[in-house]
Write a protein that binds this ligand. Structure first.
Ligand SMILES: Cc1cc2nc3c(=O)[nH]c(=O)nc-3n(C[C@H](O)[C@H](O)[C@H](O)COP(=O)(O)OP(=O)(O)OC[C@H]3O[C@@H](n4cnc5c(N)ncnc54)[C@H](O)[C@@H]3O)c2cc1C
Ligand code: FES
Length: 271
């Protein structure tokens, strides 16, 4: 439960309201390994602690990256930190994306906004085993062109790793020649074999609801769709009950759930 001290090695501004912190451990209490999709509790000393997904390559651990969007008190304070400052890290917590699947599958990854951050380690892991899988398709939606995360990296991956990447924005802008519209509209024409595909989905809950509908329309079974869920957290270890989601705790049973496990409660506002 005690946060390990990590020094900020680099602060990268991603967009006007998101930034990535590159963290290096300061002692041996650091995170020794993590699975794609897991999260850490990041402590901004004197302000508070928040759950943030690990967005870096699992192969580079114990170095860690976290991409955060500024929404409230703690994330705002985190956004003011500089190179050399220290944060506390507890973790890693939770379940992870099923990227160690047996080979021969297609993967479709559907990400909305900051939801690309928890999926980035899954992409690194898939690309490390690229020859094992068939098609890997990333559908990514952002609010506007200036909100696109990891823009250079997406270009690099597309060229290098035989990855089908389609990006769309809700609102176009001068000079934008790509897709306009919500990301779920891309699912219907994405190139994958529904009988043999695993789908990974992360984004705002309403987006995930429509993504699941579209994936199921294409014929992907509920047992092959995986979603990352979010709720407010405190302990992150299954004790306090803050993150309860039906019969599950998101901190220890999630955040990544196989869709058929949460289907009866998914999308219900009161849960
Ligand atoms: C498992 C998990 C992984 C996450 N990964 C990331 C990540 O990689 N990058 C990132 O930017 N954020 C991530 N989040 C969300 C992040 O934890 C919250 O944005 C953060 O806790 C807000 O804290 P705050 O003090 O800045 O804002 P607060 O003052 O606590 O809240 C500001 C506003 O944001 C809303 N809010 C707070 N927490 C959440 C939440 N968990 N989900 C939806 N709305 C919320 C509040 O209702 C309020 O309207 C993750 C959350 C979880 C549960
Ligand atoms: S955050 Fe305490 S039980 Fe999940």
């Amino acid at each position: 439960m005690v946060p390990a001290p990590y020094r900020i090695e680099r602060v990268k501004r991603e967009t006007h309201d998101t930034f990535t912190l590159d963290l290096l451990p300061m002692d041996s209490t650091s995170v020794s390994s993590f699975g794609p999709g897991q999260f850490n509790m990041l402590y901004v000393f004197g302000v508070g602690e928040v759950p943030i997904s690990i967005s870096s390559d699992p192969a580079n651990c114990p170095a860690l990256e976290h991409t955060t969007r500024v929404v409230g008190a703690v994330t705002k304070a985190m956004g003011r930190l500089k190179r050399g400052d220290v944060v506390g890290v507890r973790g890693p917590f939770g379940s992870h994306w099923p990227v160690t699947e047996e080979g021969g599958r297609d993967f479709i990854i559907v990400a909305g906004g900051i939801g690309l951050a928890p999926l980035r380690p899954a992409l690194y892991a898939l690309m490390r085993q690229r020859e094992k899988f068939r098609k890997i398709v990333l559908l990514y939606g952002a609010r506007a062109p200036e909100d696109i995360l990891y823009r250079k990296e997406l270009e690099h991956w597309r060229g290098k790793f035989d990855l089908e990447i389609q990006v769309t924005v809700d609102r176009g802008a001068a000079g934008w020649r790509g897709n306009v519209g919500v990301v779920t509209t891309l699912v219907g024409r994405a190139p994958f074999d529904p009988t043999n595909t695993v789908a990974l989905v992360c984004g705002p809950e309403v987006m995930m609801r429509f993504a699941v509908m579209e994936l199921q329309k294409r014929g992907i079974g509920a047992d092959r769709i995986f979603l990352s869920m979010e709720r407010n957290m405190k302990c992150a270890t299954g004790f306090c009950g803050h993150c309860q989601y039906g019969p599950s705790f998101i901190c220890k049973d999630g955040p990544v759930f196989q869709f058929d496990r949460i289907e009866p409660i998914f999308g219900k506002a009161e849960i």
